[in-house]
Design a protein around this ligand. Structure first.
Ligand SMILES: Cc1cc2nc3c(=O)[nH]c(=O)nc-3n(C[C@H](O)[C@H](O)[C@H](O)COP(=O)(O)OP(=O)(O)OC[C@H]3O[C@@H](n4cnc5c(N)ncnc54)[C@H](O)[C@@H]3O)c2cc1C
Ligand code: SF4
Ligand code: SF4
Length: 829
């Protein structure tokens, strides 16, 4: 029986054990793993989650028992400090000796610390292990700010972590842009703009000369003479392979470190392999998990004496989320213009930049950069890897996603050989085969059976799409779950929240979910909680998007808008004067909107509570222009003024707007009331439109403007005002309870079996017998309405949140203004 010793129990060392045991049991191969860290291998990729959860065990790749259950001897907290190649033995720092037949070096890397004078001072850290994070958290308690040296992927992650600790985060980067290896100039600019708005501060093209301070850090000195005052420094300037054992036993290492290996991952000694971040293949260290896992597979196969394909290098494409901003870089991301043509899409307002690089003949996709929206990353990446043909209009690949079907190629178009999960090397063909053969009906089942999606998790959206496609083909009921953290649809979660009286995201996650949640379930649950209880959304700030966190729309240029409610578009002269005075005082730009109210643009986030205090004192309320909630009920002038008017459309619009103001829904809601069929209020372009008839009102539903305009359809004709309200209560509540997140009423109805006829049956004919219940639920929400801004203005704790910097009242210095038609507007980013 062979004895394999693995030195290093990191992500790759662990994966090697898992793969080896799947191919050879303990009667064939004895395995001993020796790791220096106290804990068994943990998920370094998700290291930052430790800041949120404080739970180390949650990050373990497998519990300690797993090793014993798989006949693997695990020795932790022990450094291997010597290899005797002649005797085929390793020794540990505490004097133990172990003989091996095969040795696998999986010692990974440590953080590279440049020789800057002062790095030994108190308050200087690196960001690599759980112990590093413990130390950062402990020291950070007494700090106001922290500076990260290195604006690459890990540096930005570290900066987010210190920002989440409530510190002001500075990032210093030597290059003129962030993530210089993955992003081009424009992509990096878009990213830094977005991250600056989130409170990070960047110092680009800056070389650090020394860390200043007596014993502890007080600042960072740059080569240009400038000094940045800082309480703490985190160095994230790259990685340094842990090749000291290889050096000690005379194995060749690279000029800049790393144990030299061939395609079989063998070192110069045929009995010693090196895998993961310590292995140097053709001059390259792969600082990502996926190539490490592939290496683990190849070595495990050789030891188990089964077939394998030698390592040929790996793709360094990456997709990640930085401070809530999605970033992707794939294939030849930084292609020079002479090598082909690029198509670029930029939306400064939304913070989105997309670039795809096409071959000179325009037939193939070579790579690209995505900032702000990586929803198509997986498919674009696969198109590069599989050299798939481009669609007739390649620009569609990065076109703004419209409602409805996605543009261009989808997962179904991928060839069977396409590698869907690169961490676990699972192809589309293998995935489809296993899902069909084993009848796997959930993402969890697919993950545990195929391992796809269990590595960095980047392929989960694609695996989910594939699963849905196959389930349709297999005629299986597709269970529509919200995301991998909740095995429930939005509708089911709504019922659970309501019936169980759940008031917070954490409560719901603990009772019915798992993990830490994600960008899909957090806002969806926030919307459900708001729809169920109508409580102040800003209280649950960590699960809200920016608009709801600050109860204002973030505008181009980084300022915010203030939109008071003006029901029916009617306003008294006194109130109009107040709007003018407030606008003058806070330098706001005024515009009358399409929803018949007055938008006040260009507010600094820190001014928002003071502005609203003055407006509330003058009798205004929040207009909810920022929320997925009722916006306005537009009206024409109606019978009060218009000679064609059949009824008083203004009074009815005001009644309806006041009834549903503050109502939270899966998407925004708009309404309209017209005094006759001439339809001056354009009510049929709204989610609900009411048009006066000789006999009463016609009620139309599910219209919208936007990129795919939709005319509202007739729900009930010639009804009284009372019936109109009754049907509206039912219709809106039914929509709120059953629609998917971010579906407007028209999309919701188009997805419902039976469409509008079914909705009519439920709302007008009460075919489910739930009409009264829906009305009561709506009435409860109406009863608990209160103005969100009034609550904030009167709550000193909530007011404190409205600051650009976590620890100072200073305004965002990057927001600049320029004149425009006798007013002032913020300069665009
Ligand atoms: C914050 C952070 C975020 C990251 N995000 C991503 C990401 O999004 N995507 C991605 O693909 N990658 C990411 N990475 C990189 C990824 O974590 C590494 O590629 C991966 O951990 C490498 O695994 P490894 O086993 O080779 O090395 P390591 O994880 O470093 O493990 C090596 C282990 O060996 C131990 N060891 C070293 N020498 C000895 C010795 N002489 N004796 C005993 N034990 C020893 C070390 O203590 C360590 O525990 C991230 C890394 C960090 C730090
Ligand atoms: S919709 Fe009819 S009532 Fe209203 S303003 Fe137009 S013409 Fe007059
Ligand atoms: S139509 Fe709406 S989203 Fe588009 S630019 Fe005008 S205000 Fe903005």
């Amino acid at each position: 029986m062979k004895h394999v010793i693995v030195v290093g129990n990191g992500m790759v060392g662990y994966k090697f054990c898992e793969k080896l045991r799947a191919k050879a049991d303990s009667t064939k191969v004895k395995v001993t793993v020796i790791g220096e860290e106290v804990l068994p291998a943990y998920d370094r990729v998700h290291l930052s989650e430790y800041f949120e959860t404080g739970e180390k065990e949650q990050l373990l790749m497998a519990p300690r028992d797993w090793y014993a259950e798989n006949d693997i001897e695990l020795i932790t907290g022990t450094l291997v400090n010597h290899i005797n190649r002649e005797e085929k033995a390793v020794s540990t720092y505490d004097g133990k000796h172990f003989h091996y037949d095969m040795l696998v070096l999986a010692t990974g890397s440590s953080a590279f610390v440049p020789p800057i004078p002062g790095v030994e001072k108190q308050g200087v850290f690196v960001y690599r292990t759980l112990e590093d994070l413990d130390a950062i958290m402990a020291y950070g308690k007494d700090c106001q700010n922290a500076t990260v040296i290195g604006g690459g992927l890990l540096g930005l992650e570290a900066a987010k972590a210190v920002k989440d600790m409530g510190l002001t985060a500075h990032v210093v980067e030597m290059a003129p842009r962030l993530m210089p290896r993955q992003l081009d100039d424009r992509g990096a600019k878009m990213l830094s703009n977005t991250l600056e708005k989130m409170g990070l501060q960047f110092h680009l093209s800056k070389r650090s000369e020394s860390i200043v301070g007596a014993d502890a850090v007080t600042g960072l000195a740059f080569q240009d003479g400038e000094i940045l005052h800082t309480d703490m420094v985190i160095i994230s300037a790259g990685i340094k392979p842990r090749d000291e054992l290889a050096r000690q036993c005379g194995l060749p290492v690279g000029e800049r470190g790393g144990v030299v290996v061939d395609g079989e991952l063998k070192t110069a000694d045929p009995n010693i392999f090196a895998i993961g971040e310590v292995a140097l293949f053709e001059g390259m260290i792969y600082g990502l998990v996926a190539p490490g896992y592939e290496m683990a597979e190849i070595v495990a196969a050789q030891i188990a004496e089964v077939d394998y394909t030698p390592f040929e290098g790996a793709d360094m494409s990456t997709k990640l989320k930085l401070v809530g901003t999605e970033v992707g870089s794939f294939g030849d991301a930084l292609m020079e213009s002479r090598e082909g043509t690029s198509i670029v899409m930029e939306d400064q307002f939304k913070g989105i930049y997309k670039r795809i690089n096409l071959s000179a003949d325009g037939k193939r996709l070579l790579g690209g950069v995505l900032v702000g929206d990586t929803s198509r990353y997986n498919i674009l990446h696969q198109m590069v890897l599989n050299e798939m043909p481009l669609p007739p209009h390649p620009e569609d690949l990065i076109a703004e996603a419209r409602e409805g079907a996605p543009v261009g190629n989808g997962v179904a178009d991928l060839p069977d050989g396409a590698q869907v999960c690169s961490c676990e090397n699972v192809t589309k063909g293998a995935l489809c085969h296993t899902i069909e053969k084993e009848e796997l009906l959930t993402l969890d089942a697919i993950k545990s059976c195929t391992k796809a999606g269990t590595g960095c998790g980047g392929c989960v959206p694609m695996v989910t799409d594939l699963m849905k496609e196959l389930h349709k083909k297999m005629g299986k009921e597709v269970r529509n779950v919200i995301c991998e953290h909740f095995a429930y649809s939005r509708q089911e979660l709504f019922s659970l929240v309501k019936v169980k009286g759940i008031r917070t995201y954490r409560e719901l996650l603990a009772a019915y979910g798992k993990g830490n949640g994600c960008e899909v379930c957090k806002p969806a649950v926030a919307s459900i909680l708001a729809s169920c209880w109508n409580e102040l959304v800003a209280k649950q700030s960590t699960i809200q998007d920016t608009n709801d966190r600050f109860l204002a729309n973030i505008q181009k240029g980084g300022s915010y808008s203030v939109v008071p409610r003006i029901p029916g578009g009617e306003i008294t002269p006194d109130k109009l004067i107040v709007l003018g005075q407030v606008a003058k005082k806070y330098d706001l730009y005024l515009k009358i909107t399409g929803g018949q109210r007055i938008d006040m643009f260009g507010a600094h986030v820190g001014d928002l509570p003071d502005i609203w205090e003055e407006l509330i004192n003058a009798g205004f309320e929040s207009g909810h222009a920022y929320g997925k909630s009722l916006r306005t009920v537009k009206s024409c002038v109606g019978s009060t003024w218009c000679r064609y008017g059949l009824h008083d459309s203004v009074s009815f619009a005001i009644e309806v707007e006041n009834r549903y103001k503050g109502l939270r829904a899966p998407h925004k809601l708009k309404g309209g009331v017209s005094g006759c069929i001439r339809e001056c209020a354009e009510a049929r372009g709204k989610d609900f439109g009411i048009i006066a008839t000789e006999k009463g009102w016609n009620l139309y539903v599910a219209g919208n403007g936007g990129s795919k305009p939709q005319h509202a359809q007739l729900l009930a004709a010639d009804i009284s005002s009372e019936d109109c309200i009754k049907y509206l209560d039912r219709f809106l509540m039914f929509y709120i309870k059953t629609a998917e997140p971010l579906n407007r009423t028209s999309t919701w109805i188009s997805k419902l079996e039976g469409g509008l006829d079914y909705v009519k049956d439920v709302v007008v004919n009460d075919c489910l017998g739930i009409g009264e219940e829906l009305e009561q639920e709506m009435q409860q929400l109406i009863n608990v309405y209160s103005c969100e801004w009034k609550e904030v203005v009167n709550n000193p704790e909530l007011r404190k949140r409205f600051r650009h910097f976590a620890n100072s009242d200073e305004k965002d210095p990057t927001i600049k203004f320029e004149p425009m038609r006798e007013q002032k507007k913020p300069v665009n980013w």
